[in-house]
Design a protein around this ligand. Structure first.
Ligand code: AHM
Ligand code: MG
Length: 401
């Protein structure tokens, strides 16, 4: 069995003697997530015991005391992902009665599946009880939810509630009835300190102050403190970034723990896999369409002939892209100029993970991480993946200008 480098440092002395190639972390809302926290280093995944997500988060907290509350928070997310794993697994049994539609259309005009509603509730409850969140925004909620008001309290952010969560509880839920991969996407922001409700406010004044606080969810990806996804597939995977690399854990059903299986993942710089809903190709922008035509017939920059892999569930497609390389995207088209995916709880968190793994994420003309959302359910055209391949798309858009 090997000890982690961090473990060895602890044996030798204090955590402060730990050196890292990443810069020191100073967490202020005004700082962007390019200022990275220190990452625990596990030189090799321990063969016999394994590094659990809980231990990983504890080591992050020791190295970065200002992030210690994330331990509680990811403890709750860890539990929620395990609960959702079981819900998704058991949904195939006739007696579970959790497949099919809820009979309600969400604010985006989409039919909600029963499991969309159930998993939203699981996550909401898990996050609420941490006491660390003031506001959350979800694909399945019409507007940001103020967790305190839901608890009949008076303020939006009480002491200790410093985070804002955005999530898609069951992304790709159209796959769920067939037992194909689905996922949960989560982004964590700090709340803006300027958000305070004046205790003496009255009427519209209060409503305005409240609206300003709920707008806390409308932050660009560059302000994410953490992003993670859970993939429900042959195994359940939990992948996280805190701004210093990407760490992938696999759920060991026998002990009920997420075990670090791939530390510090780096996406291959180029590849030959495309992952798009290619049925829409005729309606895409010319630069996107032409690049994909070239990739298909082997006349792109790398000269490789690309092949297609498309699950139709973003978490699964991005997960494979991280591991094998390639390009995943949902570009804008003539009908939906901003594509289908949502910026706040799909685009930004997945882009943070992709960039931290050494990949790129663009709309074709803009870095997805830098876009400031104007509304909660804003859509964004998105092309992400291997650096050289995505750069080819960016170059094609630039040349077409
Ligand atoms: P959802 O959040 O309603 O499940 O929709 C998002 C999903 C993504 O996971 C996936 O990439 C995309 O929709 C697939 O869309 P399409 O069926 O048009 O290919
Ligand atoms: Mg989704």
């Amino acid at each position: 069995m090997r000890f982690s480098l961090y473990g060895l440092v602890l044996l030798a002395g204090t955590a402060s003697s730990f050196t890292t190639t990443t810069p020191l972390f100073g967490r202020k809302l005004s700082s962007l997530n390019s200022a990275s926290p220190k990452a625990p280093v596990f030189d090799e995944v321990c063969d016999t015991v394994g590094v659990t997500l809980t231990r990983f988060m504890s080591e992050v907290a020791i190295l970065n005391p200002e992030l210690s509350e994330l331990t509680t928070l990811f403890g709750a997310i860890d539990t929620a992902c395990k609960a959702i794993t079981n819900l998704v697994k058991r949904s195939q049994l006739p007696q579970s009665e959790t497949l099919g539609y809820e009979g309600v259309v969400n604010i985006q005009g989409e039919d909600q599946k029963k499991l969309d509603v159930i998993t939203n509730d699981v996550l909401k409850r898990a996050l609420r009880f941490t006491g660390k969140f003031g506001v959350l925004a979800s694909e399945e909620e019409d507007a940001p939810v103020d967790l305190d008001l839901a608890d009949q309290s008076e303020t939006l952010f009480s002491d200790g509630e410093k985070y804002v969560a955005v999530f898609d509880p069951l992304d790709g839920s159209s796959n769920v009835d067939a037992g194909c991969p689905t996922g949960t996407i989560i982004g964590i922001y700090e709340h803006d300190d300027s958000c305070e409700i004046d205790g003496d406010c009255i009427g519209d004044e209060c409503l305005e102050q409240e609206a300003r606080c709920l707008a806390n969810t409308l932050q660009p990806g560059t302000r994410l403190v953490a992003a993670a996804y859970c993939l429900y597939s042959s195994s359940t995977f939990f992948t996280i970034t805190l701004g210093t690399g990407v760490y992938m854990f696999t759920l060991d059903d026998q002990i009920g723990e997420f075990i670090l299986s791939k530390p510090n993942i780096k996406i291959p710089e180029e590849s030959s896999i495309i992952s798009f809903n290619e049925a829409n190709i005729d309606n895409w922008d010319a630069p996107m369409k032409e690049t994909v035509y070239k990739w298909r017939n082997g006349t792109g920059k790398s000269g490789k002939k690309f092949s297609s892999r498309y699950i139709g569930a973003m978490v699964g497609d991005v997960h494979r892209t991280l591991l094998y390389g390639g390009v995943f995207g949902y570009p804008g088209d003539k009908k939906n100029v901003n594509g289908k995916l949502r910026l706040l709880y799909e685009g930004a968190p997945m882009s943070f993970i992709m960039e931290q793994a050494g990949g790129l994420s663009t709309t074709g003309t803009e870095r997805v991480m830098e876009i400031v959302p104007e509304i909660v359910h804003q859509r964004v055209p998105m092309i992400m993946g291997s650096k050289n391949d995505v750069q080819e798309v960016i170059d094609a858009y630039a040349a077409a200008k």
